[in-house]
Design a protein around this ligand. Structure first.
Ligand SMILES: C[S@@+](CC[C@H](N)C(=O)[O-])C[C@H]1O[C@@H](n2cnc3c(N)ncnc32)[C@H](O)[C@@H]1O
Length: 231
């Protein structure tokens, strides 16, 4: 005999700590393919210029990031959706210790070959359901991974949680232009990409202050710092 009424039983079965992983977008699924991983570094080196940030090479992106965020020896950083390891490599060369996370084992294998630095730990992890401890990073880099998730608000909230007070969040993403290409790529079957507005992004990070924001073509770079007060 079941003594627990059905509705109450359903509530009892809810695990408040459970954090189910969200469904993957088509763009996220495409990155699981070894073929995508094989070609990704080639695309990444050209992608910003093709997306309207003319002349914006990876070297310039690294200089911009390093000048604004000043990653330093002894700091602990998380690179979210590392792909071929671009930000992880920049951080490791600055002396930081890096957790480089990606959903895709194929991407991680490519990245580990390209950036064989012992300061980088390659981790196969869905950062939207990471379970990583609060305030565990001095900095977080997110190079375009924000565009791939179904739920950018959830991702941003979790990244804010992972920053220690004073910690930095660096975002590079395609911002909303409402152009025809973005509208097409937003369709679930064609990628399910989300291109957020920078003001919307800032509103998802109530515990952070945006210190820098730069739009180049459709590409947006933002730096946030987590404020000292408790969230
Ligand atoms: C646009 S690429 C990132 C490029 C890379 N950050 C860079 O700056 O060169 C997106 C990457 O994020 C990964 N990714 C997407 N959603 C993720 C998630 N929720 N958790 C971890 N990795 C994710 C994908 O597998 C893919 O490798």
């Amino acid at each position: 005999m079941n003594l627990v009424p059905h509705a109450a039983q359903a509530k009892e079965n809810l695990n408040p700590d459970a954090h189910p992983a969200p469904a993957l977008s088509a763009a996220q699924r495409s990155n699981l393919s070894p073929v995508t991983a094989w070609g990704y570094a080639w695309w990444r080196a050209r992608s910003l210029a093709l997306l309207g940030a003319r002349g914006f090479t990876l070297e310039r992106e690294a200089v911009l990031f390093t000048a604004l965020c000043r990653p330093a020896a002894g700091q602990v950083w998380l690179d979210v959706g590392t792909s071929a390891g671009f930000y992880a490599g920049v951080l490791a060369r600055a002396g930081a210790r890096v957790t480089a996370a990606d959903l895709s084992p194929a991407m991680l294998a490519v990245a580990a070959r390209r950036e064989p630095d012992p300061a980088i730990s390659w981790v196969n992890l869905n950062v939207e359901a990471s379970g990583l401890p609060d305030a565990s990073f001095d900095g977080v880099t997110v190079g375009a991974t924000l565009n791939e998730t179904h739920d950018p608000a959830r991702l941003l909230a979790d990244l804010e949680r992972l920053l220690r007070p004073g910690g930095q969040l660096w975002l590079m993403y395609l911002r909303r232009t409402a152009g025809p290409a973005q509208n097409l790529l937003a369709r679930p079957a064609l990628g399910g990409l989300t291109c957020p507005d920078p003001a919307w992004v800032a509103r998802q990070l109530p515990g952070c202050v945006r210190t820098d924001g730069l739009g180049v073509g459709a590409v947006q770079f933002d730096r946030f710092v987590r404020s000292d007060r408790t969230l």
